[in-house]
Design a protein around this ligand. Structure first.
Ligand SMILES: C[S@@+](CC[C@H](N)C(=O)[O-])C[C@H]1O[C@@H](n2cnc3c(N)ncnc32)[C@H](O)[C@@H]1O
Length: 293
């Protein structure tokens, strides 16, 4: 009969770790990143960190952990460890209904309204940039006279590898296949010769986006702006409930009155009492000025 519990010590992908060692390591990862790793994630963690351990010639996760604690004063290996552990799945116009709402509810109203010609959007946990560029394309499409607007999209992530890719703005052409044809033609340059099969985000879209490493787990975020919309999608699922609540509370503090918070398809504010009103599937609106409790 197949064993029902994980053997201890456990070896996957050549990485050896006991249950106790794994729990200690998981607690460290949680303190650093907010990412909650339960016992079921043990094989995944070992597989993802295998290369890092190999780099140092370590066979046991404990040796790598000791290295992080005792021999990584600048935190360089910590950054690599975080980069290896994060899950970065994303795509252009993922959850397309959110971009439809951005267009019809937020941008259309802003265009019609008397407010300042200034727009701030944050893609928090942007991975390799597809979400932030999808926002930029939507803004360019939907704001008439966008040239006269002061538009900034902040795109942040904890993972420096995906951020570097995001900033480059170069993708396999097949990754852009989900972008509506007209937008694909307008906002991507197609690679030729050695770059055949690649596309690059055009400068008019790329210049709207600023990339920064921001760890949502950190006590203080280096952000002063109040945003018209914050996309924090498919990030909070990696945190435990207490941290989800804490991060959402702080995201809301960075929303304009009447601003919008977009969460991922399996995330919700249900039972969190944040005072935001649901306006679509996993989209919430902050109370407008004068209506706040
Ligand atoms: C699954 S991707 C989601 C990407 C995009 N938001 C989307 O929905 O397509 C989750 C991203 O959250 C980032 N992440 C995880 N923990 C984080 C933290 N503490 N601070 C900032 N970003 C974090 C990961 O690096 C990863 O790129």
């Amino acid at each position: 009969m197949a064993p029902t519990t994980t053997p201890d010590p456990f070896a996957v992908a050549d990485v050896i770790v006991t249950g106790r060692e794994f729990r200690e390591f998981a607690a460290f990862v949680h303190r650093q990143t907010g990412i909650a790793l339960n016992e079921a994630k043990r094989p995944l963690v070992c597989a993802r960190l295998r290369k890092r351990l190999r780099h140092y010639g370590y066979a046991r996760l404990q040796q790598y952990y000791d290295h992080l604690i005792e021999r990584d004063p600048e935190g360089e290996e910590l950054v690599r460890m975080v980069n290896a552990l994060t899950t970065n799945k994303t795509e252009f116009f993922r959850e397309a209904h959110h971009f439809a709402l951005l267009r019809t509810e937020i941008l259309a109203r802003r265009t019609a309204g008397p407010g300042p010609r200034r727009l701030r959007v944050w893609s928090a946990g942007c991975s390799s940039g597809e979400e932030a560029y999808s926002i930029a394309f939507t803004v360019l499409e939907s704001l008439p006279g966008v040239i006269d607007w002061d538009v900034r999209v902040l795109a942040s992530d904890i993972d420096t590898d995906v951020l570097a890719r995001a900033e480059r703005g170069v993708y396999l052409a097949e990754r852009a296949a989900g972008v509506p044809t007209a937008l694909r033609e307008r906002y991507f340059l197609r690679g030729r010769g050695a770059n055949e099969g690649l596309v690059r985000v055009r400068p008019e879209a790329a210049r709207l986006v600023t990339f920064r490493r921001i760890n949502l787990r950190d006590e203080a975020w280096p952000i002063r702006a109040a945003f018209d919309a914050i996309f924090c999608r498919n990030v909070l699922i990696y945190f435990d409930r207490a941290l989800q609540q804490e991060v959402i509370r702080r995201l809301v503090e960075h929303l304009q009155p009447g601003g919008y918070l977009f969460l991922g398809h399996s995330e919700s504010l249900l039972g969190m009492g944040m005072g935001l009103r649901p306006v679509g599937k996993t989209v919430y609106k902050n109370a407008p000025r004068g209506e706040r409790p």
